[in-house]
Design a protein around this ligand. Structure first.
Ligand SMILES: [Zn+2]
Length: 215
């Protein structure tokens, strides 16, 4: 697969505040030039791609094992690889954009107390990393499962777990309320949003012939 350069990608607009950019530079020297910012995004995308490819393969292996088959050693399918690559790039851009917006807002609120800015930002960043890792893993496992099902033409039913959303989550409440439904009736991708802890649990018809395991 050819790697695409993203030098011409749209970058988040610089903030208008005179205070925030100073704080960003104090916090993260890697955003001191646009090339460095691109490099940071590329590096993050590469990290996400590697981690998500592992997750994708693990999910394919789990599904294949359910049919008494071994999982793949590596992912060879061009469409699947391109999908993972695209999403890693989108996620990296979104993560860095969000981080810059949050840092600017913290800096505006706490300026000129740089220690307080750093402490607040580090707190946010610590929670964020776990949330990102969970979301990326859930998204990737969900994609692997739906690819495996559609590429092998599998049939069966599915329901959402956990069956509680504490009333916080309209989209997921709708999916939960449907109960066990035919796979072809699924009308929402899960996780539906960051912090969503829901996933589809599939019951697949067992007599299908599996011809696609990421190959
Ligand atoms: Zn949810």
């Amino acid at each position: 697969m050819t790697r695409r350069k993203s030098r011409n990608r749209r970058r988040p607009a610089p903030t208008a505040s005179s205070a925030a950019p100073t704080a960003i530079e104090a916090q993260s020297t890697s955003t001191s030039s646009t090339d460095d910012a691109d490099d940071e995004e590329e590096a993050l995308a590469a990290l996400l791609l590697a981690a998500n490819t592992r997750t994708y393969l693990d999910k394919l292996t789990e599904l294949a094992n359910g049919f008494g088959l071994d999982g793949p050693d590596e992912l060879e399918d061009d469409d699947a690889l391109a999908g993972l690559d695209d999403r890693a790039r989108e996620s990296a851009a979104s993560i860095i954009n969000t981080r810059n917006v949050i840092l600017a807002s913290i800096a505006l609120a706490l300026w000129p107390d740089k220690d307080a800015i750093t402490a607040r930002f580090n707190d946010w960043q610590a929670g964020q990393q776990e949330l990102i890792a969970r979301h990326e893993t859930a998204m990737t496992a969900s994609t692997a499962a739906s690819d495996f099902i559609s590429r092998n033409g599998l049939t069966g039913t599915a329901h959402v777990e956990p069956i509680d959303s504490a009333g916080l989550d309209d989209e997921c409440d709708h999916a939960i309320s449907q109960g066990e439904i035919p796979i072809e009736d699924i009308d929402i991708d899960l996780p539906a949003h960051p912090n969503c802890n829901h996933s589809w649990v599939y019951t697949l018809s067992g007599d299908a012939e599996i011809t696609w395991i990421g190959n």
